[in-house]
Design a protein around this ligand. Structure first.
Ligand SMILES: [Zn+2]
Length: 100
């Protein structure tokens, strides 16, 4: 297990996680407030952590994360399946997980 990324927004973390899963990198999200483990802490005050299960994939994982973070600003996009509006940084729809 190795920590590769952390962010206070669980949706961004989830998007990052699914992008890595796409690459064949198994991930685990910790401190997810949606998981209910932390209880009282308000959203935005908890940094959620993205871990990879296989440390041998650390370089591939960090490379992919850098690629995602380096993507130029794009417009929001609408999901083809559920018509939900998604931020450009998301590679899959946050609502139905349909890829772009
Ligand atoms: Zn959708």
């Amino acid at each position: 297990m190795k920590l590769v990324y952390s962010h206070p927004n669980s949706m961004i973390l989830g998007s990052m996680s699914s992008a890595l899963n796409h690459e064949g990198i198994a991930t685990e999200i910790r401190n997810d407030i949606l998981g209910g483990a932390t209880g009282e802490i308000a959203p935005g005050e908890t940094w959620i952590e993205l871990w990879i299960l296989n440390e041998a994939q650390y370089e591939a994982a960090t490379l992919r994360i850098k690629e995602i973070l380096a993507q130029p600003e794009r417009d929001d996009w609408l999901c083809n399946r559920c018509q939900e509006r998604n931020p450009a940084t998301f590679e899959v729809c946050w609502q139905c997980f349909d890829p772009v």
